[in-house]
Design a protein around this ligand. Sequence first.
Ligand code: COA
Length: 263
Amino acid sequence: MNQQNWGSFQTLLGHLEEGVLTLIINRPDKMNALNQTVLSELEQAIEQLEQDQTIQGVILTGAGEKAFVAGADISEFNGADKKTAMEMASKGQAIFDRLEKNKKPIIAAVNGFALGGGCELAMACHIRIAAEQARFGQPEVNLGLIPGYGGTQRLTQLVGRGKALEIMMTGNMIDAAHALQIGLINQVVDATALMEESKKMMRTILTKGPQAVARVIQAVEACFDKKKDGYQEEVTLFGQCFGTAEMQEGVSAFLEKRKPKFS
Ligand code: COA
């Protein structure tokens, strides 16, 4: 298959193949920890992939076999004051928010440790597929900290209040099977099948109407946006589907008993 390198970054690698961008956090000697360079480059990459018409979906993963991302880079916490810490959290939250609100589907292929900011990053993706050896956790309390990149909110949304509190208050790691059981992730696969299974899920999504997929993301987002009435948002988005070429093709294909061809 025709795989092209995408983007030019110090801490990220990008490969583009048939409309699917595989974006790799690339600091394997530091367990792909998120330092300020990674965060800034992630922001740039999100901006670029939003503009890039050749990209239809994104798979986010970590370099190496051990870690997806083992958290924010702890060495950057040393000596930081309250103001810097709040700026760090706001920056991280804004980037992860932009990922979550992206109109293109984003799958986290979790290949190893997803701790702290790594778990938060995976949670900001639309779907999470994990290798059997992946481990999840919010161990910030071990450092006298709490999650700062949206973890207190997204973990609670995904697994409910009781489990979220347990994970964040104990700081314990959980394995992929447990993460699946509580709804933190969507699927567990053998490590050797991780990228293929992630691509398979992506290919399924990409056979659907891209505008409809984007509207699903937008409608679900509205459920968690306190400023929005999710049901009203759904009515509006449902209405927007009507009259699109995409909907005409989908409905015609069904009536003509053929597969739809979305562009
Ligand atoms: N920030 C900065 N550096 C990190 C890091 C992080 N979050 N996680 C791992 N690293 C670095 C280690 O310091 C080490 O660097 P060194 O080789 O220069 O000493 C390297 O990555 C390898 O990690 P190491 O701890 O030796 O690997 P391990 O297999 O023994 O343990 C972990 C793996 C993930 C369990 C362990 O690294 C860990 O607990 N990391 C911190 C997790 C965390 O608290 N995340 C939340 C941060 S808010």
